[in-house]
Design a protein. Structure first.
Length: 153
């Protein structure tokens, strides 16, 4: 169990880091391409740099049936259900998704930067948590396993 919780923390760090990178790529594409938000996300998915990233893949998959805000919010909720996001992180991304694509270019860029700043803060906090608690979780799991095996002997 200790190894599971340590790995879970590292998965959250990786998910938040990739989300930050995705928002950075979105910001760059937004300034060079005048496309609807859904089309920008499809271009990012086709690029291959974010291959296997569930937030992007699930959003693009949902675009076939829903407009961008709904597809993105469902992808965020799915990531939260899989333990990749905490409630505060999920709320930040849900707020981002609801307002994404509703502003002019400058306002949209500021909106992305604001969300990106919050995601970076969450990523730093989670990374610190993973460094501090990850080793503790692993040691507790190892100690529990050794204790259980001694008890069974």
């Amino acid at each position: 169990m200790g190894l599971y919780y340590a790995r879970r923390l590292h998965r959250r760090v990786d998910f938040l880091r990739r989300t930050d990178n995705l928002l950075e790529a979105l910001l760059h594409r937004l300034t060079y391409a005048v496309l609807p938000m859904g089309d920008l996300w499809k271009e990012l998915a086709e690029g291959g740099a974010f291959a296997g990233f569930s937030l992007l893949d699930d959003t693009v998959e949902g675009l076939s049936q829903n407009p961008f805000p709904q597809a993105f919010c469902r992808a965020v909720e799915g990531a939260g259900a899989n333990g990749l996001l905490l409630a505060a992180e999920q709320e930040t991304l849900l707020a981002f998704g609801k307002d994404c694509g509703r502003f002019g270019l400058e306002e949209q860029a500021a909106h992305i930067r604001a969300c990106q700043g919050q995601i970076r803060q969450f990523c730093r906090q989670t990374r610190e948590q993973a460094l501090a608690k990850g080793q503790v979780y692993q040691m507790l799991g190892l100690a529990g396993g050794v204790g259980l095996s001694l008890l069974l002997l």
